[in-house]
Design a protein around this ligand. Structure first.
Ligand code: ZN
Length: 294
């Protein structure tokens, strides 16, 4: 759907089937002797491993355990994608757009629905500058994946509706804090969204840790990486200028390494959004012929 992978036979299901088969195969072995006179059937070991996998998998999107998750592009091309999450923020995002324009860099903005709704003029600037927009849920609840399937659906659908009112149909969802769960795949499939995370994460904790941000990114970035950054107000003691200076160091460092920041859709070879119409300066759709935005 929309060029994004959706799979009925997830790795979680495959791992469960393999675990069942392994358990059946081990059922005939003698029980393992444990301390304190306890015994454990070897058939239980695959089950224990599977449960451990299920608890760990939400935090490791690169495993694509519950659903296919795109985390990076091909390593062969000298390109990366910069992604900015949690905005837009009128105190931060416009200055970032100016900086990106100076370096000719394109980026993807995984926006929070409530912020997009509150700042349509910033959304319009993001789009007018040729950047891409993705869905990052309505309110960025950090424990969204522990909520009910109904709330998960409404959080993603509400953000989608806000973006559509602003003339954008997002085709990609990034889960808050990058955590997934088994309830996410059917929700994304219903809404026509693919799941995209990241492969280079400098752990800026939503701009609460800006010191050394550029060094962390440049110390680990590789061709094909999707870099996770945030366009929100920096934490206490750090100015927007300090943060912008770190982003500029990243842009300069990437240039020095011959790594071009390209559109995320270009890097991963999948469409990120469709623009259903142009928007005016206030972010409201205006009557013009529909155009592809990715
Ligand atoms: Zn986020």
């Amino acid at each position: 759907m929309n060029g994004w992978p959706h799979s009925k036979l997830s790795r979680a299901l495959l791992a469960g089937l393999v675990g069942l088969a392994a358990g059946a195969g081990l059922a005939f072995l003698e029980p393992l002797r444990l301390p304190w006179g306890l015994a454990l059937s070897p058939a239980a070991l695959p089950l224990v491993l599977y449960v451990a996998l299920c608890f760990a998998a939400p935090f490791f999107p690169v495993w694509s355990f519950f659903l296919p998750i795109v985390t990076r592009g091909p390593r062969e091309r000298p390109a990366v994608a910069l992604t900015f999450d949690d905005g837009p923020d009128p105190r931060v995002t416009p200055a970032l757009l100016d900086l990106l324009a100076r370096y000719g860099a394109r980026a993807a903005f995984f926006v929070v629905g409530r912020n997009a709704e509150a700042h349509p003029e910033v959304m319009a600037r993001i789009r007018a500058a040729g950047h891409e927009v993705g869905n990052h849920s309505l309110s960025h609840d950090p424990i969204l994946m522990l909520r009910s399937a109904r709330l998960l659906q409404s959080e993603i659908a509400a953000c989608q509706a806000i973006l559509q009112r602003q003339g954008v149909t997002a085709l990609a969802f990034r889960p808050p804090v990058g955590i997934t769960n088994p309830r996410l795949p059917p929700v994304l499939e219903r809404l026509g969204l693919g799941c995209v995370c990241f492969s280079c994460r400098p752990l800026d904790f939503g701009n609460r840790r800006v010191a050394g941000l550029a060094a962390k990114v440049l110390g680990s970035v590789a061709p094909g990486d999707v870099v996770l950054l945030h366009d929100v107000m920096p934490g206490t003691g750090v100015t927007v200028e300090d943060w912008l200076s770190e982003i500029e160091k990243i842009l300069v460092g990437l240039q020095a390494r011959g790594l071009k920041p390209v559109a995320l859709s270009q890097l991963i070879g999948r469409p990120l959004m469709v623009a259903s119409g142009a928007v005016d300066g206030a972010g409201a759709p205006v009557a013009r012929p529909a155009a592809e935005g990715a």
